[in-house]
Design a protein around this ligand. Structure first.
Ligand code: RIB
Length: 300
């Protein structure tokens, strides 16, 4: 039985600004605080998986700069295998994140070295894919790399979880090769062409995407919970009521925890329940990677 996972994706240095409210167009606001934290959807998901005890390898690129050093050190510190994270001449990716007092955030990314990730990096990682249970992908690296990675993972017997974030047009044929599609309400609305932000519409949206692409599908709707639809059934898992501190990385915590549970043999519903628990811990603490739980943090 395969017991490991591979993430091919982004690494960013996050600049998290604490502001009283989101800016109006043309307005200048003063932040009350600035925190620098390792991030990037790919790296965050890899960290969550490793923190939960899942042997996880990261494939990606950072620059030959101080930010790259910070991101590498963070991944290594959490036990992620970084042998396939390549240093390039491009600057390390970064994200400008604004957080308001209720914990909600906006995020703007700068691609940087993440767009140096290549088909060659996927080829180099094939021995890992040949042993891994799941490949986990997001949409912060070039699309052609994701396409190639999906193809190779399938050929090598590795299942594919695509967290289509941020949402971007993608060929139906590619989405049809994915085993599990995970979207938040904004991404789901992008692919569906209609709203999926309430429990009923998220459930209907997950069913529609499942029918369209054949993949199991999860639609997360933040503080409300997540809807799932797969071969094994459908349902809605309510989010836990928590005092949100800062929600950066909550979605990544959810995706990483889903992957961990699925590698361990959970049903889709069981995996959603476990992921919901993990994401609740993550939103209650600041930063993306530092806030994610270990197994000890979520044991009752
Ligand atoms: O999902 C949160 C992440 O999105 C941040 O860490 C940021 O780097 C962006 O990739």
């Amino acid at each position: 039985m395969r017991k490991s996972a591979v993430v091919i994706g982004s690494l960013n240095h996050d600049y998290i600004l604490e502001i009283p409210r989101f800016c109006e167009v043309g307005e200048t606001l003063t932040a009350s605080g600035l925190t620098l934290s390792p991030g990037g959807k790919g790296a965050n998901q890899a960290v969550q998986m490793a923190k939960l005890g899942l042997p996880t390898a990261m494939v990606g690129c950072v620059g030959e700069d101080a930010d790259g050093d910070v991101l590498m050190a963070s991944l290594e510190g959490y036990g992620v295998d970084v042998a396939h994270v390549r240093r390039t001449g491009e600057p390390t990716g970064m994200a400008a994140i604004e957080v308001i007092p209720d914990g909600r955030v906006t995020c703007v990314i700068v691609k940087g070295a993440n767009y140096a990730v290549s088909v060659g990096d996927v080829r180099a990682a094939e021995p890992l894919l040949a042993e891994a249970a799941w490949l986990v992908l997001q949409m912060e690296i070039p699309q052609e790399v994701n396409r190639f990675a999906i193809e190779r993972a399938r050929a090598l017997g590795c299942k594919v979880l695509l967290n289509a974030a941020p949402a971007a047009p993608m060929e139906e044929g590619v989405l049809r090769q994915v085993d599990l599609l995970v979207l938040n309400e904004i991404e789901a609305a992008f692919y569906l062409g209609h709203d999926a932000g309430e429990p009923d519409s998220a459930l209907a949206g997950a069913a529609e995407l499942h029918a369209r692409y054949g993949a199991d599908c999860v639609v997360t709707i933040g503080a409300l919970g997540s809807a799932f639809r797969g071969e094994g059934g459908e349902g809605f898992v309510a989010a836990e009521a928590v005092a949100a501190v800062e929600s950066t990385g909550a979605g990544d915590s959810y995706v990483g925890a889903l992957a961990k549970a699925l590698v361990d043999g959970a049903t889709l519903e069981g995996a959603c329940r476990f992921a919901t628990r993990c994401a609740a811990v993550t939103v209650g603490r600041p930063g993306a990677q530092p806030s994610m739980p270990t197994l000890a943090d979520i044991r009752p």
